[in-house]
Structure formats: C-alpha cells, structure tokens
Design a binder for this molecule. Structure first.
Ligand code: HEC
Length: 96
C-alpha cells in the first residue's frame, strides 16, 4: 500500500512540474476531486470555499496552519506563489 501511494506521488510530482498551479500533484493524496482524507489524516477539502483553501495553503507556507502532518503540505506549497495558491483554490472550490 505504501509503495502504491509513493509511486502515485512521484507521478503526480512529475505532472506538477509542467504547471506550477496544477492540482494534478494533489490527487495522489487528496483524490482527483479532493474527496479523500489525505494519508488518512487531512480534513476532506472538497466543498471548501476559495477563501478557506487560500487561508490553509498560505498558512502551510507560512508555518502558521496545520496539524501533525503539516510538513507534508509545506513540501507541496513552498514553491507556489500567492497567484498559484489563488488559482489552485479557485479550481478546487469549483469542483462539484
Ligand atoms: C503527499 C501527500 C499530499 C499531497 C501530494 C498533497 N497533500 Fe494536502 N494534505 C496532506 C496531508 C497529510 C494534510 C494534513 C496536514 C496537517 O496535518 O495539517 C493535507 C492538508 C491539506 C489541506 C488542508 C486540510 C486540513 O486538514 O486542514 C489542503 C487545503 C490541502 N492539503 C491541499 C492540497 C493541495 C492543493 C495539494 C496540491 C498542490 C496537496 N494538498 C497535496 C497530504 C498531501
């Protein structure tokens, strides 16, 4: 199981390098529609509004938000600009 998750992350990370604001990199942990608890730990992000997603992602980047596994998310957001975060939040909030 662990191996499957890790290879999914590698694939996702490769896809992410094509576009900084791609949410493809998130699917390995959060599910393609953000319907899963990432690594069994995160809250389910699907259904969140844009402002809440921006606040959490910016918070992970700044080190002011998160739980026991926030280091995982710091790795995901540390190279994103504020514009990337806004774009990502818009894409996730638009998911139905
Ligand atoms: C390697 C697995 C992994 C990847 C890839 C990943 N996340 Fe996460 N994400 C997590 C975990 C674990 C948490 C909970 C961290 C914590 O303890 O705060 C989380 C939390 C979050 C939260 C806040 C939910 C909460 O529990 O407060 C958001 C929003 C989020 N991730 C968005 C994203 C986005 C957007 C991407 C892609 C750019 C992404 N994640 C990629 C594992 C991942």
């Amino acid at each position: 199981m662990k191996k499957i998750v890790l290879s999914a992350i590698v694939v996702a990370a490769t896809a992410a390098s094509l576009s900084a604001a791609s949410i493809a990199a998130c699917a390995g942990c959060h599910g393609a529609g953000f319907e899963k608890a990432a690594l069994g730990k995160s809250q389910i992000v699907k259904g969140w509004d844009e402002a809440k997603i921006v606040a959490s992602l910016s918070g992970y980047k700044a080190g002011t938000y998160g739980g026991a596994m926030k280091g995982v998310m710091l790795g995901q957001v540390k190279n994103l600009t504020d514009a990337d975060i806004a774009d990502i939040a818009k894409q996730i909030a638009a998911m139905k």
